[in-house]
Structures are given as C-alpha cells and as structure tokens.
Design a protein around this ligand. Structure first.
Ligand SMILES: [Zn+2]
Length: 384
C-alpha cells in the first residue's frame, strides 16, 4: 500500500484551458492528487485523450527506501519525459523485482500540457522553468494567503500547486519512513535539436554514475535563472534535484534515453538492487554513443540571438555538442558574426545549438551555450 496523502488541499484550476468539452468536464471533477492509473489515460506523443493528471503514477512495494520524484513536462510540449516515466512504471508493475522506497511521476506545467487539443503548448503565460525565484515564490504564497490566487497567471498557479505537492510527498514519505527524509527530484526535458543526453546536476556525485554529459554551473551563467531544479536544490530543505535533457522533442530515442537514465538512477539511488538485462543492454548502447565526448563541462556562457530574421547557424553537430576553437565563427546573426570568445588555453565546446526552423526563432533565444571541458576532480570544485 502506498503512503496516503492526507493533508493536501489543492486549489482547483479555473478550467480556462482549451480542452475539448468532454475532457473539460472530466477535469472539473479532477483532484490534482488523485492517482488516476496511467493506463486509463490514452496519450502518446500528443495524441488526443483525457487530460493528464497531476500525479502521473506512483509505485511502491511498501518497503523502506528513498523517494524518487520524476517531474515531467515542466515545459508542456515536452512529452518524452512522460512517456519514459510511463514505460518505467509499466515495466516495474509487470516485473517481480523487489523495489525499495517510492517512485512518483508529477506533471509540471499541467495547464500547458493539457492545452492545444493534443498539441500541448510549451507554456500558457510564461516559461515555468524561469520563475522559481525566492521573490516570485513569496509573491504566489502571499496571493494564496490573501485568497487572491485569481491574480496569478497560469504558471504561477502551477508553481504554487507544485510547491505543495512536492512538499506533501516529501513530508508523507518522511513520516512513513523516518530514515528517508529526502526527496530526489529528476526533471526530464527535451530540446529542439537531436543530440546526446545532458545532465544538469546541482549536487555532486550522482552525475558521474549516470550516462550523459554533465553540465556544471548552468545556474551560474544568469544571476537569477529561476530553474525549478536549481530552486529545489538550493532553497528547499530536504530536496535534491537534477535536470536531464534526453534529446529531440519528438524523437523516440529521447524517450529511450530518458527511460534508461531513470533506470540507472533507480539502481544508483538504491531503489533497485540490480538492473534487468533489457535496460542493461540499452544503457551500454547509450554509453557507446557518448564515447569520445567530454563527461564534465563547466558552462561559461550563453550566446544569444539579436536578429532572428537574419539568423543562420553555421556550426552543426549531430550530437548537439562540438569542440570549438577560440574565435571560431558559429553563426550569422543578421550582419553580426557570432564567434567563440578568445579564451585561449581552454578546451572549449559549444552545446545545445539552436537548429530550429528560422521562423520559430525569437529575439533573445540561444544561439548555443559555451563550456570548457573539466575533469571529475575539477567538477567537485564547481559544485562548492
Ligand atoms: Zn524543457
């Protein structure tokens, strides 16, 4: 039996989202904490179906162990994480393997995820992965205290709901198993271009055991980035978090990558004593893809687009990560040449290159990120 969630009272959504009439009525009676079994929800990569529930699924054998939360679809259009979680959950349910602790899938931007009649939007009012700052959290909590939630925009309400759900899950797990007070939140994402998986760790260590290129210091390139995983890790006692970029939004390989990474996480966190042969083989494949690429990158900058109409990416990469030379020309941004800064003596890389259709590009979007290769020993210093 799963630990019961006793104390959560979620504000009901306003129902202003563009569902079909049928799904809208289903939504109005929907309790965000209910445990709608995933197999009653028909969705595959954005095909129409009943709305996604906030709790995408839970798994436990009522044995003590760590609490793992997979926070999916922080960006409503990124469905690969949900698919990966679903596959993981179904496999666990079918198998007889002993499982310690608890696994919970939570939907992030539920309003965006359930928008667009099967073609979910990335967000409704603003990017949910840019608003997790202390100031904004204080604002939404104030609004709640004074019963003025209706003054909040969609993503602010999502943030408020998520804060409560995450805290409730952690508190209830801790109450049931006092020796496991922490919540480990893994946040799958996908990108517009194809590539290898990236890990955005905020705590040291686990990234070394998980396949993927670890991007360190991502939170340091902007003053107040408002990333959910960064906020959870720095500001919420008892929470640890890691972002995972699985590959391109709609590529089946992204689902596989994310699922495999989640399997490794369950093994490394101690939920599973060992992995079955199927994920083991898949993980070997993934590791082969990563061969020759750096394991640790320290992020040192972001190059942004000023002239979207005249933007042309010159540096292309199948892996979405490529070594570069100081001064190398990366893109034409209208008349402006975008070059790698003259940082001599560093082992430089660009990653997450913007390979989108030009008409989808907006001013201020990323050209790419810039990083230097560092060793595992140096990566520990970045974390401090
Ligand atoms: Zn994302």
């Amino acid at each position: 039996m799963l630990p019961t969630i006793t104390s959560y009272t979620a504000p009901l959504n306003s129902g202003r989202f563009d569902y079909t009439a049928k799904s809208r009525s289903a939504f109005q009676t929907f309790d965000p904490m209910n445990q709608t079994p995933l197999d009653q929800v028909s969705f595959r990569f954005g095909k129409k179906g009943p709305p996604y529930p906030r709790i995408l699924g839970r798994y436990s054998q009522n044995r003590p162990g760590p609490l793992i939360i997979v926070l999916c679809a922080t960006h409503g259009n990124e469905l690969a994480g949900i698919e990966a979680f679903d596959r993981l959950l179904q496999t666990l349910k079918k198998g007889k393997q002993p499982f310690d602790g608890q696994l919970v899938g939570v939907a992030g931007d539920l309003a965006a995820l359930n928008s667009g009649n099967g073609k979910p939007r990335r967000y409704i009012d603003e990017d949910l992965n840019r608003i997790w700052t202390s100031e904004r959290i204080a604002k939404v909590q104030r609004a709640e205290k004074t019963h003025q939630e209706n003054t909040l925009n969609h993503e602010e309400r999502e943030m408020l709901a998520l804060l409560k759900i995450l805290k409730t899950l952690q508190r209830d797990h801790h109450k049931q198993w006092p020796q496991y007070p922490h919540a480990y939140v893994f946040e799958p994402h996908t990108t517009s271009s194809a590539g290898v998986p990236f890990l955005i760790p905020y705590t040291s260590g686990l990234e070394n055991k998980v396949p993927g290129v670890a991007l360190l210091g991502m939170e340091n390139i902007e003053k107040n980035p408002g990333f959910v995983a960064d906020y959870l890790n720095r500001q919420m006692p008892g929470f640890y978090s890691m972002g995972i970029e699985g590959g391109q939004h709609k590529a089946p390989s992204s689902v596989r990558n994310l699922e495999n990474i989640l399997w490794v996480i369950l093994e490394q966190m101690g939920n599973l004593a060992k992995l079955d042969n199927v994920p083991k083989k898949q993980i070997k494949k993934l590791e082969r893809q990563l061969k020759g690429l750096p394991k640790h990158l320290k992020v040192i900058g972001r190059l942004s687009i000023e002239n979207p109409e005249g933007f042309k990416l010159l540096k292309k990469s199948r892996h979405n990560i490529a070594p570069v030379q100081p001064g190398e020309l990366i893109a034409m941004d209208g008349p402006r040449q975008v070059r790698v800064p003259n940082l001599v003596g560093k082992d430089l890389y660009v990653f997450m290159l913007n390979q989108q259709d030009p008409h989808n590009i907006r001013k201020g979007d990323d050209v790419c990120f810039l990083a230097e290769r560092i060793s595992e020993a140096e990566s520990k210093v970045v974390h401090q």
